[in-house]
Design a protein around this ligand. Structure first.
Ligand code: IMP
Length: 432
């Protein structure tokens, strides 16, 4: 059995797409288990830059079956457009499997996401406005519409009718937006139905069979630990479970199926959207914050928003080790720190004279926590050509060692540039 989970150990955008791509040779299945097209995975593959939002990163490998699990919310329009784009790029999407239990994002979900953000004003979450939260809300209130509902026009009509009774009221009376008719949504979604249904599968059964047959299944997380609905910086979180447990509930496998849990973190940290961020750096001209933004290309794949940047936060990553049961760390973008004379790492927080070595569970403390830093020397050398750990300058090796000691798990993979080759594999035994 080889179930391997990859999760973000920070606030997302850690470079999960690249790592999935890197390990793809060893995998038989790549499974998305939560989130939707709020995610954006950039992969540099064969000299081409691919931007994926919904489709698992293994899509470009003919030996991999890409799977969208039940925990994902699917905007069918976006999914079909993404499939069309990949096909136009010469890639085939016919192997894609989609869980019959995955929920659909409906047009009113997108409207409600945008409208509720506008209403929150200064208190907005800073969502991607893709309808993610409202779709999960409907799932939890048992009025969601699922992929399997696309197989039967009569059932789909009934479900849209039932949903619109409430949605139209809210759209019109609360937000002053236009109402939808059942027929317009039905017509649009029946237009997507045949192409989506062609990929529909019992994902739990498929994945469990694969695991029993000793095939390798890679569960590809989206977003990150601190955006988790339960374990993140609530309410500034996404509406799904990007932590490792989500891989089980979002695909229908038991926890014993998971052999290894990789947590991925940048060598610094970024965040998009609102919410607390203790190690955030100002991004004024000439500042370290601006340097990280530009050198790291810190602009969102999905919304193009500039990401907030800060020093590596060891407290957050230690927390991620705990809530995910991480077995390994993957550190990305180490090359971005080259040229800095010294580097700060947050090892604890301070609030009202008290030191916090662990993430304070009270949000109001986390909001006002001041980072306690340790300063490490920079390496002032181009490391993008390094392929082994020993080739890295001593200061870079020490930096990684410091992060390892803080997290108490090994750093098994280090990325020193955007392409597949620019990676140092320290603890990954390739499958024969
Ligand atoms: P939502 O997922 O669109 O509801 O947005 C909720 C929060 O999660 C916002 O702060 C978003 O910026 C953040 N978020 C959602 N998806 C991603 C992602 O893939 N990377 C980073 N942040 C994300």
């Amino acid at each position: 059995m080889a179930g391997i989970v990859l999760v973000g150990a920070q606030w997302g955008d850690e470079g999960k797409g690249k790592i999935t791509d890197l390990l793809a040779d060893d995998m038989d299945y790549v499974v998305r288990f939560q989130g939707g097209n709020n995610a954006g995975h950039t992969i540099v593959h064969g000299g081409r830059v691919l931007k994926l939002h919904l489709i698992p990163s293994g899509i470009m490998y003919p030996h991999i079956t890409p799977v969208i699990g039940n925990g994902v919310v699917i905007d069918p329009k976006v999914l079909l457009e993404e499939m069309d784009r990949l096909e136009a790029d010469g890639l085939t999407t016919h192997r894609l499997l989609i869980s019959c239990n995955a929920h659909l994002i409906m047009p009113y979900h997108r409207d409600l996401d945008g409208a509720s953000e506008r209403r929150l004003g200064d208190n907005e979450i800073g969502t991607t406005r893709r309808g993610i939260g409202p779709a999960y809300q409907d799932k939890a209130s048992r009025m969601g519409i699922r992929v399997q509902d696309l197989t039967d026009e009569h059932i789909l009509r009934k479900k849209i009718e039932a949903a619109l009774v409430e949605k139209n009221d809210v759209l019109v009376k609360v937000y002053g937006l236009p109402a939808y008719t059942v027929d317009e949504i039905l017509e649009e979604y029946m237009g997507y139905a045949s192409r989506i249904v062609a990929h529909m599968a019992d994902v739990s059964d498929v994945v469990n069979r694969a695991l029993r047959a000793d095939q390798w299944v890679f569960f590809e997380g989206a977003q990150g630990t601190l955006l988790d609905l339960d374990h993140g910086t609530y309410p500034f979180v996404t509406s799904s479970s990007p932590t490792a447990g989500g891989a089980c509930t979002g695909s229908g496998v038991g926890p014993k199926a998971i052999d290894r849990v990789l947590g991925i973190a940048k060598a610094y940290i970024t965040r998009v959207g609102s919410g607390p961020f203790p190690t955030e750096l100002p991004s004024d001209p000439g500042s370290v914050g601006e340097f990280l933004t530009n050198r790291g290309g810190e602009f969102g794949t999905t919304t193009g928003r500039q990401r907030r940047c800060g020093w590596y936060d060891g407290v957050i990553v230690r927390y991620a080790v705990q809530v995910n049961g991480l077995t390994d760390l993957v550190i990305t973008k180490l090359d971005v720190l080259s040229d800095l004379e010294s580097i700060q790492v947050c090892v604890a927080y301070e609030y009202e004279g008290r030191r916090y070595n662990e993430l304070p569970c009270r949000q109001s403390i986390f909001h006002h926590a001041r980072p306690i830093y340790e300063e490490l020397p920079g390496w002032n050398a181009d490391i993008s050509g390094c392929r082994t750990f020993d080739e890295l300058p001593k200061e870079a090796r020490d930096y990684i060692g410091f992060l390892e000691d803080l997290a108490e798990v090994p750093v098994s993979i280090i990325a020193v540039g955007p392409s597949r080759e620019q990676t140092i594999m320290r603890r990954w035994e390739r499958r024969l």
